[in-house]
Design a protein around this ligand. Structure first.
Ligand code: PLP
Length: 381
């Protein structure tokens, strides 16, 4: 391998050169008026682009800290939360909520399937929930939840907030808080935003901010909305040091997103994902998510019989392609490919070719060029 290794996992995703340059800039003081103005424009544009009528909080930390921040600021110990889980990351919310003393009711799907909307509706009729939480795309299964439909259901319950984990979807799948009636949204920098890891964003609309106010003092410190609201209003003030270079990197990522347009960006992801998923299936690979609930940002894939996971992914690595392993009940039985962010369609011709070689190395005799040909043909449609 002489070229760069292609990082094709579901985050971190490839970082384009203009974003890398932002990360490599000489640091400025966080009170420098030039930085303050850059940070403020990021904060405000994040609300604009994603339809938030409240506050966006782009802060230092990974997506998991964003999960913690949303729960901490929207519910109090003892509150009842409905958790709709489509895999590993949905389950992570359960642990976070339970450690914080929330009462959690879980609706979990079988891996690869989605929780039926009717069962969400039934639960909401049964109990008064402070919050309903769903993962838009669960990164372990590649299952996409119809958050617009869930938002419609939850909106009929005025005392219930709707929280969406968008770590593997925001800026890839179409997501708009006002249109989809989302009250709280969170994501991380390293997935569909195509920025290095280290920043998360929480968006809270007016309803969510009102809920925070009603809670009084909460036990969390760093993630308390009250600590950050004055800073988001005027980033010249200090509470805790912002990740200066990541702010610039996210600013550049948002420039790219604004230029492309959120809807066009989602359409690009969809077009490429459907072609790619057909190409995977043409090689005898099985996609974990059922056809109606497939994400456009990543695919979790099961091997055909007789493939050794270590040897397969090791071979891909030698070819210069890194994919992720599978998690939970399907660990060792397949792999996961990210196809989100600032990636080019033709990058996946390379990925598909590497997969063809790795399969043939283990005597799964796919026809060379068949998957890439199908992929290219579908891209033209
Ligand atoms: C990656 C991911 C997370 C966790 O984010 P980290 O940045 O790894 O903390 C949470 N939810 C989903 C859906 C993810 O894909």
């Amino acid at each position: 391998m002489f070229g760069e290794v292609k990082v094709m996992i579901p985050g971190p995703t490839p970082v384009v050169s203009s974003i890398r340059e932002a990360i490599g800039r000489e640091v400025q003081a966080f009170g420098d008026p030039r930085f303050v103005s850059d940070y403020k424009s990021l904060i405000d544009d994040l609300s604009d682009v994603f339809g938030c009528d409240g506050q966006a909080f782009p802060l230092a930390g990974s997506g998991t800290l964003g999960m913690e921040m949303t729960i901490a600021n929207s519910t109090r110990p003892g509150d009842r939360i409905l958790l709709v889980s489509h895999g590993y990351f949905g389950d992570r919310f359960i642990d976070i909520c339970e450690r914080k003393g929330r009462q959690v009711d879980v609706l979990a799907s079988k891996w690869g399937e989605a929780v039926p909307l009717e069962s969400i509706e039934e639960k909401l009729k049964e109990h008064a929930y402070a919050l309903v939480a769903v993962t838009h795309v669960d990164t372990s299964t590649g299952v996409r939840c119809d958050i617009e439909a869930v938002g419609n259901i939850v909106s009929r319950y005025p005392d219930t907030l709707f929280l969406v984990d968008g770590v593997a979807s925001t800026a890839g799948e179409y997501e708009h808080m006002r249109e989809m009636r989302i009250d709280l949204l969170l994501t991380g920098s390293q997935k569909a935003f195509g920025v290095s890891p280290g920043m998360f964003i929480v968006w809270a609309n007016k309803r969510a901010l009102a809920r925070r106010e009603s809670l009084g003092k909460i036990s969390e410190y760093y993630v308390d909305f009250d600590k950050w609201l004055p800073i988001m209003e005027n980033p010249a003030k200090y509470f805790a040091t912002p990740p200066v270079n990541l702010v610039w990197a996210m600013r550049e990522s948002l420039n790219i997103i604004q230029k492309e347009g959120l809807r066009a960006r989602a359409d690009r992801h969809e077009h490429m994902a459907r072609a790619l998923q057909a190409a995977f299936e043409s090689m005898g690979l099985t996609i974990v998510a059922d056809a109606e609930h497939r994400a456009v940002t990543l695919s979790a894939i099961l091997y055909p019989e007789g493939i050794d996971d270590q040897a397969f992914r090791g071979r891909l690595f030698e070819e210069g392609v890194v994919v992720a392993g599978t998690l939970g009940p399907i660990a060792g039985k397949g792999f996961r490919v990210g196809h989100m962010g600032n990636v080019d369609a033709l990058d996946y011709v390379y990925v598909l070719s590497a997969i063809e070689r790795a399969l043939r190395a283990q005597n799964v005799m796919v026809e060379y060029g068949a998957s890439t040909r199908l992929y290219l043909e579908l891209l033209d449609n």
